[in-house]
Design a protein around this ligand. Sequence first.
Ligand SMILES: Cc1ncc(COP(=O)(O)O)c(C=O)c1O
Length: 393
Amino acid sequence: MKFSNRLDLFGKSVFTKIVELKRKKQESGDEVFDLSIGTPNIPPAKHIIDALCTAAADEKNYIYAINDQNALLEAVSDWYDKRYQVNLNPKTEICSLLGSQEGLAHISMSIIDEGDVVLVPDPCYPVFAHGPMLAGAEIYFMPQKKENDYVICLEDIPEKIAQKAKAMLVSYPNNPTAAIAPDRFYEDLVAFAKKYDIIVLHDNAYSDLIYDGKKGKSFLSFPGAKDIGVEFNSLSKTYGLAGARIGFCVGNEKIVSSLKALKSNVDYGMFLPIQTAAIAAISGDQTCVEETKKAYEKRRNVLCEGFNAIGWKMDKPQATMFIWAKIPSHYEKSVDFAADLIENAGVLVTPGSAFGPSGEGYVRIALVQEEEILKRAVEAVKDSGILEGSLIH
Ligand SMILES: Cc1ncc(COP(=O)(O)O)c(C=O)c1O
């Protein structure tokens, strides 16, 4: 059998070795603290599950959905108005997604042709690069450097590249660096995109996981943003609906309609009971969003304070469910450190190199376990001696 060359685009996963080490560790009966994948472990609020269950009990709801229900489109429009002060036309500026990952993967196929240049942050959430690559794009990486608080330096993008670029991916609060971008960045971004006629694809998965009293915004709330781009949003993290696969692409009418056209050939829409659950989530009591945020904020404090106290120095992230931590200086490669960490402390994190070349030297720690487990993970790292370079093998 011969398969598509497309599958070779992604390279070998850096996880293979680490997942194998995790399996061995589990088999030997040792405790494993999985802080690798960003799967949220905080369940949805009761009113959301109830809405889903009631709709799922109705036999009429098993037809192909084909389109988004008007009630869902109205709910998204109201949500964006209330939550972000952004006006969206329900008929033309909103498209539901089977999770924002699906939309981020497919959108390139509706706007990118073979050889088009797409600007992608580095490090980045992998689909930002993989989606355009599947559509045949040439990727230009925009480094997110510590010295610029992990925010893209638009002025560092060479003029020639900017002129050739067709689209760019941007996302703050950021996965994996946990950075947030100042308003000034977004104002410059809109001006930059207009100057070079570049489509902006903004991923806003973490706008409700911003800590220390700050409130996240929408990219579309900046003047002119809707002229040049769209925003992806997700109910996975803040509403605990990751497995239900609910996301949205909203904003520029032409971009949204091109995605809808593509998707009408790829899927038959979101399962109707899930549309009902989405309406319940974004229109109902929002206390759950605040509670989820507080839970992650507490976990962040426990883990950062714990690791700093035992000598692994790291900044407290201002947002997201991740900590972006420098690896100890006696390691060169994040994958080696991550392998030793799982083998010796039972703590599983993601090597920074998995997120792009600039991710080397870091690991991403996901706050996906309860506080008590996080405290035990800190103890396990301390006892292993890995931070001092004195591993007890
Ligand atoms: C930055 C970012 N965007 C998108 C997603 C995908 O979310 P969804 O569950 O909506 O597909 C994730 C998931 O971890 C993410 O971190």
